[in-house]
Structure formats: C-alpha cells, structure tokens
Write a protein that binds this ligand. Structure first.
Ligand code: ATP
Ligand code: MG
Length: 240
C-alpha cells in the first residue's frame, strides 16, 4: 500500500504524521519504507539520519537506495539537490519509479513538500490512500477545499486534525468546522504536544523519546483509524 501524506500548506504536521505512521506500522510488525519526498529532508532528520537527495537520485536515475532506520523501517532520504528539476518529473516517470520499487514492503509512506507541482500531482496519483493533516487554524481550514480538490477521486483516507487543544474553545470550534466540511472523513485528532518537536530535534520517534506523551497515544489511535478506513479507499488499480 502506498500512503501519501500531503497538504500544500506548510507546517501543518505532514512530516510528523508521515514519520509516525511509518514508524507505528513497523512497530506493529509490518515492513515499511518512508520516502522523504521533500528537499527539506525533515523526515530523514526526524529519524536521526543525515539528509541527502536520495529521492532525487531515484527519480532522475532510478537508483533505489533506502537506508535502514529502525527494525522493519527503511527510509529513502530527502535533502537539498542542485538538480531542482527532478521536482518537475512527469507523472509517468513518477508512476514508473513506484512500479519499480521492490515488493518487499507492506507499506510505502510518502512525506511531501508544502507545494503544488507535477511531481506532487504524480505522487497523489500513485497513492492508494492519502492523509491530509490540517492544523486547527482559520487559514488551514480555508485551504482544505483546495487540497481536497487535488486529491484524485476515491483516494482520500482522511483529514487528520493536529495541534488539537481541548482547553481552548477555538480548537473545539475549528474541529467542529472541519467535521462540517468532511464529516466521517475526519480522523481522531492529534493533540497539541510539544514533545513532538523535542523528539524531532533528538532524531527519535515519540515512542522512543516520550512514550507517555499524548502524541504517543494519539498516533497509535490514528494508525488504527487509518487501517480501518483504508479498506473503503482502496482503488482497483493498486499493485499492493
Ligand atoms: N500535534 C502537535 N503538537 C505540537 N507541535 C506539533 C504537532 N505536530 C507537529 N508539530 C510541530 O510543528 C512543526 C511543523 O510540523 P511538521 O514539520 O510535521 O509540518 P510539515 O507540514 O511537514 O511542514 P512543512 O510544510 O515545512 O514540510 C514541527 O516543529 C513539529 O514538531
Ligand atoms: Mg514537512
């Protein structure tokens, strides 16, 4: 299964979500590869590895060289590259590269950049399921229709509210507003949790860094919810 985590808006929790979904699936006994399809290389850093443009090399030259990050969890690192034009790779090239990935993984989880591009459109097309993290702010909610308009039909698994703060009326209002837009497609929220940023700085997952933090519980609930809902999302063209 190929899962793509995307929102064109920046800083809404895409990397944090992609990394923790992949890590949770691996912890649960499945094999996963996290593709860091963002030249910022944050997903790579978040697992304590050095960013390098392995994704660009894969797209440009077909070199598939993931590194082992944890038990059952590989990462294809992202990082800055002089060859920025890899991000304009045609959708057919993207689809072909994904077809060539060895069939050794149960899950491929893709972190994306905060942008619109043919490359990202290609990623959304190869996805079997798409997760859209949304932080509970006015601007983020205002952009939801835009991102949903770019998700190919039938591929949305869900919108994932992040930085939910039960103590603030605003957060509750924003979650209600999101539910009015997307109804049952709204996943259980990830609460505001400062340990996520500390864990990222340490190059650790939340389960490694602060196993009793709220996000440790919330991301496990999120994976359960996602696996339950993905069956409804699977499209017949999928190879996994
Ligand atoms: N639930 C949360 N509570 C508190 N902080 C969070 C939460 N989720 C993510 N963050 C923090 O918010 C910041 C942005 O998160 P992240 O990097 O995952 O967003 P992004 O959408 O990938 O950003 P970009 O668009 O730049 O790629 C990070 O510092 C991260 O640690
Ligand atoms: Mg990111």
């Amino acid at each position: 299964m190929i899962l793509v985590v995307h929102n064109q808006k920046g800083g809404v929790g895409k990397t944090t979500t992609a990394l923790h979904l992949a890590a949770a699936l691996a912890m649960g006994g499945q094999t996963a590869c996290l593709i860091d399809a963002d030249a910022q290389g944050n997903a790579t850093q978040g697992l304590g590895l050095d960013p390098r443009p392995a994704v660009a090399e894969w797209i440009l030259e077909g070199q598939w060289e993931p590194v082992t990050a944890r038990t059952r969890l590989d990462v294809l690192p992202g990082g800055p590259t002089a060859q920025r034009w890899w991000e304009t790779a045609g959708q057919d090239v993207v689809a072909e590269r994904f077809r060539q990935i060895p069939l050794t993984y149960d899950w491929i989880v893709v972190d994306t950049a905060p942008a619109h591009s043919t490359w990202i459109a290609g990623l959304l097309r190869v996805a079997h399921g798409i997760i859209v993290p949304v932080d509970l702010s006015f601007y983020s909610l205002a952009g939801v229709a835009d991102v949903l308009g770019r998700v190919p039909p039938g591929r949305l698994i869900g919108l994932l509210p992040v930085r939910y703060d039960l103590r603030t009326r605003r957060s509750i209002e924003m979650l209600d507003a999101l539910k009015r837009i997307a109804g049952a497609r709204v996943a259980p929220p990830i609460r505001q949790c400062v340990d996520l940023d500390r864990a990222a700085q340490a190059g650790r997952t939340i389960w490694e860094w602060a196993p009793h933090a709220t996000a440790a519980e919330d991301y496990l609930t999120c994976v359960e919810w996602m696996v339950t809902h993905i069956a409804e999302t699977r499209h017949p063209a999928g190879r996994r």
